[in-house]
Design a protein. Structure first.
Ligand code: ADP
Ligand code: MG
Length: 222
């Protein structure tokens, strides 16, 4: 994902807020600017939590040591705050640190990606595939031109090789394909109704046997 001089990346928090308006579920979160506030927020949200860097210059937060998952106590929350800030500064000394986002930790699930971009020839397109850390490795994604019908979205889901993981691999219970379809449709509506959004990705969307949840959101606006 690239940002150009005339575009701006929204914070993960602002991305979640926008997506929630289109019924894409996202974690409960709070933005904090001190270790003590991190522990307080985590206590309020309920352990375990995930903490991540909030910086406009850090596009891939994990690469910068900017994500810590499974934080279980106030002490861990305070230590995680300092660890993230130190790692990110070492990674990019010019990065402006706006704070840390403390999020409810989503349970494990199948990690998928939903993305949108503007193709020079076709205009707004939606992409869908396997997500999380597997996304670059497998390159298992499909694409549709917007606007697109329910049938086209359903075929997009079934088209990826990873569909077998959604349908229930080797006796595993199937994942919630209906929720996925609805969320894909909601993401399309979000992209089509926000003219200023030029690119976005939800990576990952965690999909469960029932429901699912976005646990990262990058939204680029012009
Ligand atoms: P990056 O900017 O590196 O893509 P992410 O926000 O996607 O950072 O976090 C990296 C990984 O951490 C995610 O792919 C997901 O597996 C895990 N993760 C992030 N946020 C949460 C959360 N709220 N609950 C559970 N796991 C999370
Ligand atoms: Mg991510």
């Amino acid at each position: 994902m690239s940002t150009h001089a005339n575009t701006k990346m929204l914070s993960e928090a602002d991305g979640y807020d926008l997506l929630r308006k289109f019924n894409v579920p996202a974690p409960v979160f709070e933005i904090v600017t001190s270790p003590e506030a991190a522990a307080k927020a985590a206590g309020k949200i309920g352990y375990p939590v995930v903490m991540k860097i909030v910086s406009p210059q850090i596009i891939h937060k994990s690469d910068a040591g900017g994500v810590i998952v499974n934080i279980k106590t106030d002490e861990e929350a305070k230590a995680a705050y300092n660890k993230i800030v130190t790692s990110v500064k070492a990674y990019n000394s010019a990065a402006e640190i706006k704070g840390i986002i403390v999020e409810e930790m989503a349970k494990p699930g199948l990690e998928l990606i939903i993305g949108g971009k503007i193709d020079p020839a076709f205009g707004r397109v939606i992409t869908f595939g396997l997500g999380g850390t597997l996304v670059e490795f497998f390159k298992d994604v499909g694409i549709r031109i917007l606007p697109c019908s329910d049938d086209e979205l359903r075929s997009l889901i079934k088209q990826i090789r990873g569909y077998t993981l959604i349908a229930g691999y080797r006796g595993e219970a199937p994942k919630d394909e209906e929720f996925l379809f609805q969320t894909l449709k909601n993401a399309c509506a979000f992209f089509e109704k926000n003219d200023n959004v030029t690119e976005f990705d939800i990576n990952p969307l965690r999909l469960y046997e029932k429901g699912g949840c976005a646990v990262d959101a990058r939204v680029i606006i012009q």
